[in-house]
Design a protein around this ligand. Structure first.
Ligand code: WT7
Length: 655
């Protein structure tokens, strides 16, 4: 649970925030969303979007079926995702339109990929996969950086009905093998190395370590990206360019059922084992394309849209690949970091491609704030007409800075709340319709029924706070947790009956606008990445010298939250600077660099209740230098003051 003090702090800042930004009339006039969109009946809305936004081989016969907590959407329909994202645009004469302006990290590397190009590459690679024995239903893992071949690989899987799981390139070998084993993947698609901040990331090397623990993977396709030499295992590994050599580009799209598995996206929960979130074909595609159309006000003929996320997360799946391509958008796709070769790389990209819509995370905005507005001022950003934010609560200062320095103090800013599980944006302003408030995600998307409940399940009124819930199914909702229906029920559907519990705290103000307050469970949000406290604790105790570990987060001015670990070493050993570095590296090796604790406090004991439960709430108070809450339930109250002293003297911080 987020501590009381923290929630109150969030609420206080929020109540001070009274600036409002009504929609500019010029924007409102041309907007895809008009005010009457909220008046539509939810079934009629999703029925129409389903029929008009997607192209069907066979139309659906029933909108949805809801047997709580299991939903099905667009029942009886047959369609193909890659056909919807590519072929139909080409058939309608839009083959020459650019799908992706791809920008490599090394200066000067660019590719403009049209819809016709992408269609050909996808069909060719799909045929190559078929030759490698991939069939409808064969699970495929993808472990790549932000190269054009990543969406090609995903779409090729959808073309032949092979479900994929994309694993973020920053994850460790253990994380990759865990996911591949859970999904029972037979094929892995990766690349030699990726470019990041001017250096290379050894993806194939990590993939090799992962495959050593994932014996089910029989084939590994390797894209040549940096060209540095990597070991290839005879009989298992095949170069991408060899796999497509001599393969034709005629590959009829598989007719998939609306409810066929499209992909799994693993995400951290409150236990050590990530959950395989299930997304299916029609509902997911319709949900992401519909939200993309209205929330980003996409005009496919004129807009240049850029979602600066990584495709390895749900944001990239929904709003770099499936939503934008389904809508025929022209997108920018960028391989590297925002500060390479210098801190104006993003603004240079926006100027050169004439980006009109930018979607990014508060943590990135706060980095740019820290670097200063002069980097943005060096470039002409006047093409921008809409800005979006996602991933964590956006503080009003960051919201205002974003609008002022990036959006010429005039563009709408849409703060979009959603999750891996929801598949699509759920709470958001509609640009041109909604009056914006810095720090508020404002209203549920049309057709979405959200609410804020108290502990007992009563709806809190305007001005109240509690838990964010979703009260009826939506097309792109998760269909479950892979191979674990009990965990699905327990995690999302056990707190309230037939109501989805999101795990976020929220408040609702007098105008019925939503203010998201962060997670209320043991999930942390570090730079928009979701990390479980228990996962980091498990990684720490996996180290041979660690007896016990407790992990929590503290506030951080740039990353939102930062990870703090309290560690007791075996045999009463004292910690050291070397041990600290070793433990941080151990966590990076077990999970990935994103999960490295910012601080580690070595302590002879952890604060526990008399029943032996670690009191994380107190550890958070220590981490944030707050007066301690109630310590009377502690078995040994002196333990916390000892930890406080150590936290002040030993806590080390690195990035
Ligand atoms: C968690 C979901 C799907 C977007 C990427 C993260 C937090 C997300 C917001 C927002 C406040 C937000 C929530 C949510 N979150 N967007 N606009 N305002 N909080 O996806 O990894 O599944 O994490 O991110 O806490 O539960 P995810």
């Amino acid at each position: 649970m987020a501590s009381e003090t923290e929630q109150h702090h969030a609420i206080d800042t929020m109540l001070l925030e009274e600036r409002t930004y009504p929609p500019p009339p010029e924007f409102a006039k041309q907007a895809n969303a008009q005010p009457d969109i909220y008046e539509q009946d939810f079934e009629a809305f999703w029925e129409r979007e389903g029929r008009e936004r997607l192209t069907w081989f066979e139309p659906f016969t029933k909108l949805y079926e809801w047997e709580p907590p299991f939903a099905k959407w667009y029942l009886g329909g047959k369609l193909n995702v890659s056909y919807n994202c590519l072929d139909r645009h080409v058939e309608q004469g839009r083959g020459d339109k650019v799908a992706y302006h791809w920008e490599g990290e090394p200066a000067g590397e660019q590719r403009a990929i049209t819809y016709a190009d992408l269609q050909r590459e996808v069909a060719t690679f799909a045929n190559a996969l078929k030759k490698l024995g991939v069939k409808k239903g064969t699970p495929v893992a993808i472990y790549m950086g932000m190269v054009p071949e990543l969406p090609v690989a995903m779409l090729a899987c959808t073309r032949i009905g092979a479900p994929h799981t994309v694993v973020f390139g920053g994850f460790s070998a253990d994380s990759l093998s865990g996911r591949m084993n859970d999904m029972e993947c037979e094929v892995l698609i990766t690349q030699d190395e990726a470019w990041r901040r001017g250096t290379t990331v050894a993806l194939k090397k990590t993939a090799d370590e992962a495959m050593a623990d994932a014996p089910g993977v029989r084939t590994c396709v390797v894209l040549r990206r940096t060209g540095n030499e990597v070991p290839m295992q005879e009989g298992r590994d095949v170069w991408w360019h060899d796999a497509i050599d001599g393969v034709g580009d005629d590959c009829p799209p598989e007719q998939m059922d609306s409810e066929d598995l499209l992909f799994l996206m693993y995400t951290s929960g409150t236990t050590a084992k990530p959950k395989g979130i299930i997304h299916t074909t029609a509902g997911y595609l319709c949900g992401v394309a519909t939200t993309h159309h209205y929330i980003f006000d996409l005009k496919p003929e004129t807009d240049v849209y850029w979602c600066a996320a990584d495709i390895g997360w749900i944001t990239g799946h929904s709003y770099i690949v499936y939503g934008p391509l389904c809508n025929g958008a022209t997108s920018v796709m960028y391989e590297g970091t925002p500060d390479f070769p210098d801190k104006d790389r993003w603004w240079d990209i926006i100027e050169r491609y004439g980006v009109t819509i930018l979607y990014t995370a508060p943590t990135a905005i706060r980095s740019h704030m820290k670097w200063g507005p002069e980097y943005a001022q060096k470039h002409d950003l006047s093409s921008l007409r809409l800005l979006g934010s996602v991933g964590e609560p956006i503080n009003p200062e960051a919201w205002i800075w974003y609008r002022e320095h990036i959006g010429a103090d005039s563009t709408p800013v849409v703060d979009t709340w959603w999750q891996t599980e929801t598949g699509m944006i759920m709470i958001t302003p509609l640009p041109g319709v909604t009056t914006l408030k810095p720090g508020s995600a404002t209203k549920p998307f049309p057709g979405v029924d959200a609410g804020v409940f108290d502990e007992q399940g009563n709806e809190v009124g305007p001005g109240g706070g509690g838990y964010l819930v979703l009260k009826r199914p939506w097309p792109s909702m998760l269909r479950g947790i892979f191979k674990d229906p009990d965990r699905y029920k327990e995690t999302y559907w056990s707190k309230y009956e037939n109501v989805y519990f999101a795990g976020d705290g929220a408040r609702i103000d007098r105008d019925a606008d939503y203010w998201l307050l962060g997670r209320v469970d043991d999930v942390m949000n570090v730079a928009g990445h979701r990390i479980s406290t228990i996962e980091v604790e498990s990684a720490l105790v996996d180290h041979q010298e660690v007896a016990e570990a407790a992990v929590c987060s503290r506030k951080d001015a740039t990353t939102g939250e930062a990870i703090v670990a309290y560690v007791t070493l075996k045999g009463g050993k004292e910690g050291s600077v070397e041990k600290l570095a070793e433990l941080r590296d151990h966590v990076a090796k077990k999970i990935g660099p994103i999960a490295k604790p910012a601080n580690i406090v070595f302590t002879p004991e952890l604060p526990k209740t008399r029943s032996g439960k670690i009191m994380r709430r107190l550890l958070r108070d220590v981490a944030e230098n707050r007066p301690l809450g109630d310590t009377t339930t502690l078995a040994d109250p002196t333990v916390v003051s000892e930890i406080q002293n150590r936290a002040q003297s030993e806590g080390t911080e690195e990035s």
